[in-house]
Design a protein around this ligand. Structure first.
Ligand SMILES: [Zn+2]
Length: 309
């Protein structure tokens, strides 16, 4: 059900903490509270404060935020939900400075909230990609030309301009979903990196489309069909065979990183990939339903120590 159509309506809708809490209870429990300590959902009693519950099986108390990214946060649920709305409804994301101003928290707090929200945008792979699947690789991060002269000389000596950049492999099912995998500890992509990722994510009876990267060599032995578009020979489209769809997704990822965040450190790159793929995979949904999809995934919590280590 569509409850709000834009930020103003969302603000009016989530006008009290109680309303926010009830909304979250509905999404997490679908009307039937369950105990996060022992998983029981029978004989759960609600306290007069309207937010604390007690489980008759294990006698422990809980609220709806236990075990979620909102647990033990000093930030109100109202600010959390409106932040999630802002992130899930914008095309290119929102910076911690912008978010801080919009909801009235410090930039540092907003940055931390955004990292937690990006964890929520991570989609679990439910099944293999199939049909026609475009596969491509790209590099994200610092460019050699922006580096200090001494660092550039070292890069030249090492014989690669990619040293400071992180490879990301993408697989996109035509008419379906994209998966982006950031390879944080890999400097250069080759077959031993690429092929296991394809085997793990793409069904064997699929038609693969890739560029001429040597790392894809041999996939045709395993897959129904493997079409190679030879960019190095000036070929970009051969009928239905091209990688334009996934290249569009890359340009979105890069515009988001450069335009909104300006800089992304390697250790957080996978979270930005989560955010970008979430936008792509849910782009046809109404904003309100996209918000619900993200909120359903609020389980698990990223601790501050984990985030800054
Ligand atoms: Zn219990």
């Amino acid at each position: 059900m569509i409850k709000f159509n834009n930020f103003l309506e969302a603000t009016l809708y989530f006008n009290t903490e109680k309303k926010c809490r009830e909304y979250l209870e509905n999404i997490r429990w679908e009307g039937k509270p369950y105990c996060p300590h022992c998983d029981h959902s029978e004989k759960i009693y609600k306290f007069k404060d309207e937010k604390t519950y007690k489980c008759s099986a294990c006698k422990k108390k809980f609220t709806v935020t236990v075990g979620s990214v909102f647990e033990n946060s000093n930030v109100s649920l109202q600010k959390w939900l409106l932040s999630l709305y802002l992130v899930s409804s914008t095309k290119k994301g929102i910076s911690s400075i912008q978010l801080g101003k919009a909801i009235g928290v410090t930039q540092k707090t907003a940055w931390f909230m955004l990292q937690r929200i990006r964890e929520m945008l991570k989609e679990e792979a439910e099944s293999m990609l199939e049909g026609v699947v475009e596969i491509d690789e790209t590099y994200v991060g610092g460019k050699a030309k922006n580096k200090h002269a001494k660092a550039r000389r070292e890069l030249r000596k090492n014989g690669t301009g990619y040293m400071n950049m992180t490879p990301v492999v993408g697989m996109l099912q035509r008419g379906g979903k994209i998966r982006m995998i950031a390879l944080k500890h890999v400097h250069k992509i080759n077959g031993s990196v690429l092929k296991p990722l394809v085997y793990d994510n793409v069904a064997k009876d699929s038609v693969l489309i890739t560029d001429g990267h040597g790392g894809y060599y041999g996939l045709k032995n395993t897959y129904k069909q493997h079409e190679v578009v030879r960019h190095d020979q000036g070929e970009y489209v051969r009928g239905m065979y091209h990688t334009n769809t996934i290249e569009g997704a890359w340009s979105h990822l890069k515009r988001t990183i450069l335009g909104t965040y300006h800089y992304v450190s390697v250790k957080h790159l996978d979270r930005y990939c989560n955010e970008s793929s979430f936008r792509y995979n849910n782009r046809k949904k109404h904003e309100c339903l996209r918000f619900d999809t993200a909120l359903e995934n609020c389980k698990g919590r990223l601790k501050y120590k984990e985030l800054i280590k």
